[in-house]
Write a protein that binds this ligand. Sequence first.
Ligand SMILES: NC(=O)c1ccc[n+]([C@@H]2O[C@H](COP(=O)([O-])OP(=O)(O)OC[C@H]3O[C@@H](n4cnc5c(N)ncnc54)[C@H](O)[C@@H]3O)[C@@H](O)[C@H]2O)c1
Ligand SMILES: [Zn+2]
Length: 360
Amino acid sequence: MRTIQVKTPSKSYEIIVQWGGLNQIGGWIAKSLPPSRAALLTDENVWRIHGELVEASIRKAGFDLTVIVRPPGESQKCMTAVSEIYDSLVEGKLDRQSALIAFGGGVVGDLGGFVASTYLRGIPFIQVPTTLLAQVDSSVGGKVGVNHPLGKNLIGSFYQPESVLIDPAVLCSLPQADLISGLAEVIKYGVIRDPELWTYLVEHREKILSHLQEELEHIIAVSCQVKADVVSEDEKEGGLRMILNYGHTIGHALEATQGYGSYRHGEVVAIGMVAAAMLSEKMGLASRGLVEDHRRLIGAYGLPVGCKVKNPDQILSVMYNDKKALRGRLRFILASEIGKVDLTDEVTDKLVREILGELG
Ligand SMILES: NC(=O)c1ccc[n+]([C@@H]2O[C@H](COP(=O)([O-])OP(=O)(O)OC[C@H]3O[C@@H](n4cnc5c(N)ncnc54)[C@H](O)[C@@H]3O)[C@@H](O)[C@H]2O)c1
Ligand SMILES: [Zn+2]
């Protein structure tokens, strides 16, 4: 078992990573909360595969459980779902001491966290993430929220959980493409802060892709540690937390312009990281070799290293409208070497067009 501490001004809590931990999930939850009423929020896929085990363990630990199963998918991150979940909580008579347990991928975590942060002005919240993306990214750091018809994640808050309980063994039922997509974020942590993680990813590719226990536990725990360190220093994205957006400036713009649904999130982040490395090299911030290193590792995990960019002007305009652009200037996180990144607003439109042209 590995434990990671997250210390933010609003709350300190633990992330526990343990292979097979779902069997004792009820006992884990009872450690951070005295047994009372609780709601288990999940989606149909996760419920079908892992629901019985989890429900039994939580009930055995003494919780009086209301189970809420939603359809899977991003469309659930909406106010209608929020409102229906409030209804279930009221009907289940959940009070201020009751907990909401989000058991699922990033969608369930973001949705459940938002509900927990607003129901009765906030009830205890536990994250039990079941996709690699949720285990290394969305469940850590306290960002919760839903989408608005005009944009992703426009409604939300910062709300830290009581604890995050991760069982890497659940990834064995995840489609391989989703595992690979989540690995893009793990690679990102290597670039932004942890050259040893990068080397580990180079050396243990086959074992990671075959879901071996030790290797999965290791990359998940190290990734959570990197994210926990960053959010512990900067809970609300005032500065350092921006480095978590490595690969995401161009990644998000590709996601929005190449047609939603044509790429997974990790795939556009992978392309975005290659693009960021190209910018670094062209601006003389990194020595030659950074782009090649990116292409080699990202490609080895079966992630795309480029794509034919259909409309560079549209990509630029999406980037200027991004909520992370500041006073009309594009902001990029760029690497000078593996493990070291910095924020810059000196990337010109001309250079962006140039590298977009070279990505195809
Ligand atoms: N809050 C944050 O800081 C943060 C960070 C990154 C991403 N996100 C959000 O995360 C969401 C994406 O998360 P996601 O990729 O986990 O998507 P998801 O929750 O939709 O899960 C992907 C699919 O995998 C299925 N699934 C989940 N666990 C499974 C398992 N163990 N076995 C089999 N199937 C399983 C789900 O039912 C779903 O169909 C987006 O809405 C994004 O905005 C939030
Ligand atoms: Zn991401």
